[in-house]
Design a protein around this ligand. Sequence first.
Ligand code: SAM
Length: 296
Amino acid sequence: MDTEKRKPYLGTPQATIAILDKYKFVFQKKYGQNFLIDPHVLDRIMEAAGITPEDFVLEIGPGIGTMTQYLAANAREVTAVEIDRALIPILHDTLSGFDNVEIINEDILKLDIRALAQRKNGGRPIKVVANLPYYITTPIIMGLFESRVPVESITIMVQKEVADRMQTGPGSKDYGALSLAVQYYADPEIVANVPPNCFMPRPNVGSSVIRLKSHPTPVVDVKDEKLMFRLIRASFNQRRKTLVNGLKNSPDLSFTKEQIEAAVTAIGKPLNIRGEALTLEEFAGLANAFLSQQRT
Ligand code: SAM
């Protein structure tokens, strides 16, 4: 292959406008389309994702292929999954100089990513990199983790506020079910804040690049993961209430007040504590305390 061709050339306002004009592309608001037009941000994402020539990378929402070019230049192989049919001929054009990219026209939420990881990487952990459509950030991330797709790291551009929620701990107003869910599966680190002028069109909010590195082994000992997440959801659904009342009022749980008080006491917490004060480890302990009640 001609190595000269394998240099990314998209990623500037001029190159982006030229492609959009060539194909008379019309932005679809419903797909959260904000294309990156800053090569420094693209370099930063590549650096944070640590892509090597051994890596298989899944890119979610390649747009016109800007970041895909950068990924293809660094990785062994890239699969880019794009929902918007109008972008497919553009992607075939902008990625024609790269022989290691597969383009799939599909909704990422409907794709069997486990099967893809098996086919492309022999089931070994994959890297996911994306400038995510903000309207489905949480379902995409949780879908990847909960379906147990083998993932080494997820390096993604998200709304700044969502990145803050993923990275924070007890005591912050941003702390919630998303923080705990992400931290159960991965170690989050915000690696860059990105202003609206780095995108076309400009989004109304600030963005951040966050890297989620999957834990190689579980960080908490929890016997019933599903119960722990039900407890977490119930606690944060009624944030202003005490943990005991939040769990008591939850339609998703059927513990008696006595059982709840006994479990809270078992993890060494006062009965007036709020759920938002509990760490991941304490939520795991609480779930285990309920389970041991059922066994006695
Ligand atoms: N990666 C490109 C970039 O950085 O310039 C585009 C990023 S743009 C924020 C998000 C992209 O995700 C758009 O191309 C959009 O069409 C695509 N998209 C939106 N929803 C999707 C879905 N459910 N499955 C796959 N792609 C989706």
